[in-house]
Write a protein that binds this ligand. Structure first.
Ligand code: NOJ
Length: 556
C-alpha cells in the first residue's frame, strides 16, 4: 500500500458555531478557533476538519451555503480565515474544509437565477418538475428532515427537489456546467492552501433518471427515496470526474460522508487506482441502535453487532481502500452517553471507547469535547432545541398525535443538539464559551466537565487521548497492522489484535459495569496502555468496569 500522510494522522472536528466565541455574540468564530490552536497542539492532533464556515442563512447551521467563496459573517472574514490557515500551518496542523455540494442554500445566487424562469441559464442547476396531471407532487419521496422532498415555487409554477430542508435545494448533477462551476470553486479553495475536504452526503448526488416513486414503508408518510439516490447510477463517474478536475492534483485528504455505503461500495469509492476519494464515513455502526422505523426509533445497543460491524469494515478494507474511524460528529449523540456510561464510569468508559477506536486501522476523527468526555444533554423544553431536524420531526409527529414525552425521550437519546451544546472550556459562566448568550444552551454539567479541569488532572480523558494519538504516530503497527477479532461471542468484551511483522498488540475493552474475567497469557510487562493503573492478572485477566488494556508480544 502506498503510504500517505493521512494514514497516520488524527483529525479533530470543529463545529465552529459551538467552539469558542471571541467577540461575545454568543456564536463561536474563526478567531475563537485561533485562540485554541495551542490547546489542539497539546492534544497532538494533525488535522482540523471545520464544519462549514461559508456564508449561509443558517437554516441548517451552515450546511445551507449561500456563497461558497465567502465566510459567514458571524464567523469572521476571509482575512480571519487566511490567518487561521497560517496559524494552523505554523503549528503543523492541517485544515480540511466541509464541502456541501449535494445542495446549496435557496439563497444562493444560482438558485435565485434558477427560480426566475424556465429558460434561465441556471434553471437546470437544480431539479425542477411540474406537478403530476392529477395535481400530486412530482414523486412521493420524503425529505430527510420530515415532510415531502418537493417545494412549490409560484414564479414558474413548478416544484424543486430538496432532500433536506426546503431551504436546501438539491443541485442537479446531470448538468455539466454546474459540475464544472463546482470544480472551479473546489480548485480555488485548494489554491488558497487548504488541505482537503470532508464531503457532505456526497453519495447522494446522482439520482435515478426520471426520479421514480419509491417504496413507502409501513407506517411512513412518504416514499423512501434513498433507493433512488443513495449510491446512485452516476455517482462514481461524478466523483472520478471531480477528482481529475480538482483535488486529484493536490496532496490532500478527501473523506466522503456516505450514508448507506456498504463495504463493497466503500472499496470502489476509496480504491486509490479508481481516483475517487481517500476514505468514507460509514453510518453502519451509527445505525446499530436504531429500529426499523429509523433514527428516532431507539433500540438497545448490542455489542455483538458492533463487533461484527467493525470487523467487517476492518477486514474488507485491509488490502484496498482505507477506513475512517469515528464515534462522534455534529450529527450524533455523545458516545460516552450512547455506548458508555455517563454517570459512575464516565471517565473509564470514555477512555475505553477511545482505546477501542484509536487502535483500529484507519484515520480516527475526534469530535470537539469528546477528548474531555462531554455527555448528552436533556433539555425539558422543546423550545430549547435549535436543530432543524429535531424541530421538523417534532412538528410533524406531534401533529400526527405522537406523545410529546416519548418524542422528547428520543430527542434526549438521539438528537443532534447533544453534540452541538457549546464546548466546555472552564467552570465560569457559559462554560467559558462566550461572554454573551450562547446560541444554544450549555450543558449544565460544565462545572465538572471542562477543559480546565481536564488539563489540571494527569489522569484525565484528555491526556489519555494524547497518549493514544502518540501511539499512532509512533507505531506503524497501529497504522498498518492486520486486524483480527478475538473472543468473538463474548457479550461484554470487545477484544482484537493487530499484527505487523512479528509484533502483535492485543486490545481488550470491557463494556460491563462489573468485573469480567477472561483467559490470558499476558504479563504486566507486556502492557502498552490501559485506563486503570495496573492490570489484575492471575491465571486469568480481570477486567474491571469499562476497563481497556493493551498488551504487546513479539514472535519468537
Ligand atoms: C450531513 C451533515 O453532516 C448534516 O449536518 C446536514 O444537516 C446534512 N448533511 C445536510 O447537509
Amino acid at each position: 500500500m502506498e503510504r500517505k500522510w493521512w494514514h497516520d494522522s488524527v483529525v479533530y472536528q470543529i463545529y465552529p458555531r459551538s467552539y469558542n466565541d471571541s467577540n461575545g455574540d454568543g456564536i463561536g468564530d474563526l478567531n475563537g478557533i485561533i485562540e485554541k490552536l495551542d490547546y489542539l497542539k497539546t492534544l497532538g492532533i494533525d488535522v482540523i476538519w471545520l464544519s462549514p464556515v461559508y456564508d449561509s442563512p443558517n437554516d441548517d447551521n451552515g450546511y445551507d451555503i449561500r456563497d461558497y467563496e465567502a465566510i459567514m459573517k458571524e464567523f469572521g472574514t476571509m482575512d480571519d480565515f487566511d490567518r487561521l490557515l497560517d496559524e494552523a500551518h505554523a503549528r503543523d496542523i492541517k485544515i480540511v474544509m466541509d464541502l456541501v455540494i449535494n445542495h446549496s442554500s435557496d439563497e444562493h445566487q444560482w438558485f435565485a437565477e434558477s427560480r426566475q424562469s424556465k429558460d434561465n441559464p441556471y434553471r437546470d442547476y437544480y431539479m425542477w418538475r411540474p406537478a403530476n396531471p392529477d395535481g400530486s407532487l412530482p414523486n412521493n419521496w420524503g425529505s430527510i428532515f420530515s415532510g415531502p422532498a418537493w417545494e412549490y415555487d409560484e414564479t414558474t409554477n413548478e416544484y424543486y427537489l430538496h432532500l433536506f430542508s426546503k431551504k436546501q435545494p438539491d443541485l442537479n448533477w446531470e448538468n455539466e456546467q454546474m459540475r464544472h462551476d463546482v470544480y472551479g470553486m473546489i480548485r480555488r479553495w485548494l489554491d488558497r492552501g487548504i488541505d482537503g475536504f470532508r464531503m457532505d452526503v456526497i453519495n447522494l448526488i446522482s439520482k435515478t433518471p426520471g426520479l421514480p416513486d419509491a417504496t413507502v414503508h409501513p407506517g411512513a408518510l412518504y416514499g423512501d427515496g434513498g433507493e433512488h439516490y443513495i449510491n446512485g447510477p452516476r455517482v462514481h463517474e461524478f466523483l472520478h470526474e471531480m477528482n481529475e478536475a480538482s483535488f486529484g492534483k493536490y496532496d490532500v485528504l478527501t473523506v466522503g460522508e456516505m450514508p448507506g455505503a456498504t463495504t463493497d461500495d466503500a472499496i470502489l469509492y476509496t480504491d486509490p487506482a479508481r481516483k475517487e476519494v481517500n476514505m468514507v464515513f460509514t453510518f453502519e455502526h451509527m445505525d446499530l441502535d436504531s429500529g426499523p422505523n429509523g433514527k428516532w426509533d431507539v433500540i438497545p445497543f448490542d455489542l455483538l453487532k458492533l463487533k461484527q460491524n467493525f470487523t467487517k469494515w476492518q477486514t474488507a478494507l485491509h488490502e484496498t481502500g482505507w477506513n475512517s474511524l469515528y464515534w462522534n460528529n455534529h450529527d450524533q449523540p455523545r458516545v460516552v452517553s450512547r455506548f458508555g456510561n455517563d454517570t459512575t464510569y464516565r471517565v473509564e468508559s470514555a477512555k475505553m471507547l477511545a482505546t477501542l477506536l484509536h487502535l483500529l486501522k484507519g484515520t480516527p476523527y475526534i469530535y470537539q469535547g469528546e477528548e474531555i468526555g462531554m455527555t448528552n444533554v436533556a433539555f425539558e423544553d422543546i423550545a430549547d432545541y435549535e436543530d432543524i431536524e429535531i424541530r421538523n420531526m417534532w412538528k410533524e409527529r406531534t401533529e400526527q398525535g405522537a406523545s410529546p414525552a416519548e418524542l422528547l425521550r428520543s430527542i434526549h437519546i438521539k438528537g443532534r443538539d447533544n453534540a452541538r451544546t457549546p464546548m466546555q472550556w472552564d467552570a465560569s459562566e457559559n462554560a467559558g464559551f462566550s461572554t454573551g448568550t450562547p446560541w444554544l444552551k450549555v450543558n449544565p454539567n460544565y462545572p465538572e466537565i471542562n477543559v480546565e479541569q481536564a488539563l489540571a488532572d494527569e489522569q484525565s480523558i484528555f491526556y489519555y487521548y494524547q497518549q493514544l494519538i502518540r501511539l499512532r504516530h509512533d507505531h506503524e503497527l497501529v497504522v498498518y497492522g492486520r486486524y483480527q477479532l478475538l473472543l468473538e461471542d463474548h457479550p461484554e468484551v470487545y477484544a482484537y489484535s493487530r499484527t505487523l511483522e512479528g509484533e502483535t498488540w492485543y486490545v481488550y475493552c470491557s463494556f460491563a459495569d462489573h468485573d469480567v474475567n477472561i483467559p490470558s497469557t499476558h504479563d504486566t510487562s507486556d502492557r502498552v496502555i490501559g485506563n486503570y493503573e495496573e492490570s489484575v492478572i492471575t491465571d486469568e485477566l480481570t477486567l474491571r468496569p469499562y476497563e481497556a488494556v493493551v498488551f504487546r508480544t513479539f514472535e519468537g
